[in-house]
Design a protein around this ligand. Structure first.
Ligand SMILES: Nc1ncnc2c1ncn2[C@@H]1O[C@H](COP(=O)(O)OP(=O)(O)OP(=O)(O)O)[C@@H](O)[C@H]1O
Length: 388
């Protein structure tokens, strides 16, 4: 059939992107700065023969209450493209949306083809509903923490809580080092502090969808387990402080001095513990949060996705959907290389169906498009394939 839909958007004065969708085929042709990247028309029909396909986007978009979507997986599989296309799709359906990158190697700016850097929320141009984007940087977070604590260092803060003596000695709990050096964990702390802001500040109330473009697997698992780590660490500090106060009290009473009142744990720690609990609960709440695993049809990526799902299950993080991105569509004039790749792809899709971790997830197919996905029109185009 000759039905065709041609979207032609000028995203900037100097660049234009032409997207072309023809029944049975899809093609993303980019023309940037007068140059032309023209790809072969790719056939979608074969994708329909693979198991699964639709993301059931209607379920994802229907509820007005705030929802968090975290997209994660192995490096380079298309996490940013999928997260950015989901954010654009939510915004196009009237949800004020924030898309946040927690990956230290940010690529949101590249994906949207707009400058979204600087560690602050920036409006994405070219979408109807408000869509804000943020590339989290530990530097900006450090500045924010300093201004919130009146410029006091963490050590000073702990000093003022009567815990200064432990600040430098508790190894993993050395918060000051974490803030002052680019140590592992700092990006995750920055992400958690942002989640807290989104949850607590009235200025973000109206945003009903928060989409996270997460870092490759290891980082992300640390992010999800960090609130637990802090929760138990704070409990340890509180217990330690109680013990020391009790011991000091006993010591002083033996020597006839006035007994020290058993002090309640400092209020700041209680508050911190409460806030960590909030973040931990939101990551695990099936009514508010979903982690979408993104993968590609290779054995290595599928194995990592399987391990990721096992870890997320252990952390009680809700997972329902698995995107298999960059699926090579069928072509009538299949070259040897393409037909070999396609055979391999079919084999790998079989592995997903037999994988005990992955077989229960909704499988979403996302075709390999014939141009790089950059800019809002391209993300809309990709989103129409995935989020349907
Ligand atoms: N379905 C697709 N068709 C064509 N190109 C794609 C597709 N998905 C992703 N790409 C391209 O692959 C590259 C990597 O994608 P992306 O940055 O989204 O991956 P990522 O998983 O976020 O990577 P990283 O782990 O490095 O952050 C980009 O150039 C993107 O345009």
């Amino acid at each position: 059939m000759a039905a065709s839909l041609v979207l032609n958007r000028v995203s900037r004065a100097t660049s234009s992107i032409t997207l072309r969708r023809v029944a049975g085929f899809s093609s993303l042709n980019a023309q940037i700065h007068g140059g032309s990247i023209s790809g072969t028309l790719l056939r979608e029909r074969s994708l329909a023969t693979l198991a699964g396909g639709a993301s059931h986007f209607d379920e994802m978009v229907s509820v007005n209450q705030r929802k968090y979507y975290l997209l994660g997986g192995k490096g380079g599989v298309g996490k940013t493209s999928c997260a950015a296309s989901l954010a654009v799709k939510f915004a196009s359906h009237g949800h004020p949306t924030i898309v946040v990158s927690t990956d230290p190697a940010h690529s949101l700016s590249d994906s949207f083809s707009q400058d979204l850097s600087g560690g602050v929320l920036k409006a994405v141009q070219g979408v109807d509903s408000p869509l804000l984007a943020l590339e989290i940087t530990p530097e900006t977070m450090k500045e924010e923490i300093k201004s919130q604590t009146g410029g006091k260092s963490v050590k000073n803060m702990m000093d003022s809580m009567g815990l200064g003596m432990f600040a430098g000695e508790l190894g993993d709990l050395n918060l000051e080092d974490m803030l002052n050096a680019a140590s592992p964990g700092i990006d995750e702390i920055a992400a958690i502090s942002k989640v807290l802001q989104f949850m607590e500040s009235p200025e973000y109330n109206r945003f009903t969808r928060i989409v996270f473009d997460t870092a490759p697997t290891g980082h992300t698992l640390r992010l999800l387990s960090l609130p637990d780590f802090y929760d138990s660490s704070i409990s340890k500090i509180t217990k330690l402080k109680k013990k020391i106060t009790a011991a000091a009290s006993a010591f002083k009473s033996v020597f006839g001095k006035k007994e020290i009142q058993q002090q309640e744990p400092p209020n700041e720690l209680d508050q911190l513990k409460e806030r960590m609990e909030k973040v931990r609960n939101v990551f695990r709440d099936v009514n508010t949060t979903e982690f979408v695993i993104v993968t590609i049809p290779t054995v290595m990526a599928i194995n990592e996705s399987s391990r990721l799902h096992a870890s997320l299950k252990k952390e009680n993080v809700p997972v329902h959907r698995l995107i298999v991105n960059q699926l090579l569509p069928q072509s009538e004039s299949d070259c040897k290389f393409c037909s070999m790749r396609r055979k391999e792809q079919t084999r790998v899709l079989g592995l997903i169906q037999n994988d005990t971790e992955l077989c229960g997830l909704k499988l979403i197919q996302s075709p390999l498009l014939d141009a790089e996905i950059r800019g809002v029109p391209a993300l809309k185009f990709m989103g129409d394939h995935i989020w349907r």
